[in-house]
Design a protein around this ligand. Sequence first.
Ligand code: NIG
Ligand code: FE
Length: 419
Amino acid sequence: MTNVVWIKHAAQLATLAQAGTVPRIKEAMNDLSIIEDGSIWIEDGIIRAVGTTQQLEEQFKDRAHAAEITDATGHLVTPGLVDPHTHVAYGGSREREFEMRLEGATYMEIMNAGGGIHATTKMTREATEDELVEQTKKRLDSFLKHGVTTVEGKSGYGLDLATELKQLRVMKRLQQEHAIDLVPTFMGAHAVPTEFKNREDEYIDLVVNKMLPAVADEKLAVFNDVFCEVGVITPEQSQRILEAGKKYGLIPKIHADEIEPYGGAELAAKVGAISAEHLLKASDEGIKAMADAGTIACLLPATALYLREQAAQGRKMIDAGVPVAISTDCNPGSSPTTSMPLVMNLACISMRLTPAEALTAATYNAACAIQMADKTGSLEIGKQGDVVLWDISNYQELQYLFGVNHVKSVWKKGIKVVG
Ligand code: NIG
Ligand code: FE
């Protein structure tokens, strides 16, 4: 039997409709294509019609009885949020490091002393695949409750062949077992593991010669990411890994200029990365290079807040013509959160995005950053029925009432999964 969902009378239906899959830049990021008294009709998981309630009442007058109807009077309805940058599939947790940082230790000091990414690597290596599935599933459930219906997830807490593959297989299993769409990224160069200390290039050889071919062979990833950072992976090593990945069809992404300026934004433009992440310390030349190349800036204001750093220059990047997306960076060290609504609030408060830009950055542009814009990120005919009904009436309120979860109901591929 056909599953039909009809959400009608939305005070604001923010469709973000536009033809194509090109990320929005500049003024277009403010255009939410809002329909007042809006209606959306989803059939077997796919959006079949979007318009005013009057239009859809006319179009479906003979079939209304077959639909599961939701009256959205007084409510904002948006596309399901998209989180284009997470490290969601990890073992254990690191609350003691949070205390240490409050006592004055820096993120890099903790990591260089064998904590940070190395601590999570140890816990992820020790966890079984089933245990990782269990822990990751809880985080995905929390994402859904916060209105997020699509999530990118990175490996990078294995740092050896077996565990990198284990993390990616965990994500593959969850893609099948969980309602959320989980898009996998290989990140073997998240750090050089402690056993390769002073033999860093040998680890890069391992990533290039063993890990990349194995990941490609099992088709376990779509993207290839590196932590290009002073004291972690150099720009030269990063370039080598990203170019090698391209030969296997893996699309480059880069953790760029997070802690110190390191030419990461420039490198992203140079290697044709789909996106560059963090960019707290990106140079003006790097921002220009990204605008020219069309590289998406994936900005993570919750990470900046959590590390007590100045956020990236989101306002400046948008004005310079860089397409901007935003993300939680969900990870156990620098941003242990699953709240994209909080990230939208912070995008406005600490990066001076407008409320409309923040919503575009968390939906349509985020989908573009993980090549999912043909399926989700806007409410348009032919796309998946990924929809959020909010317990508020307009999009400005969504960014204004901060730190609270206003999600009332969520549909993923036309199935109600929350509310
Ligand atoms: O994006 N910067 C590198 N990676 C993560 C943090 C990982 C961790 O601390 O476990 C990030 O912030
Ligand atoms: Fe990250």
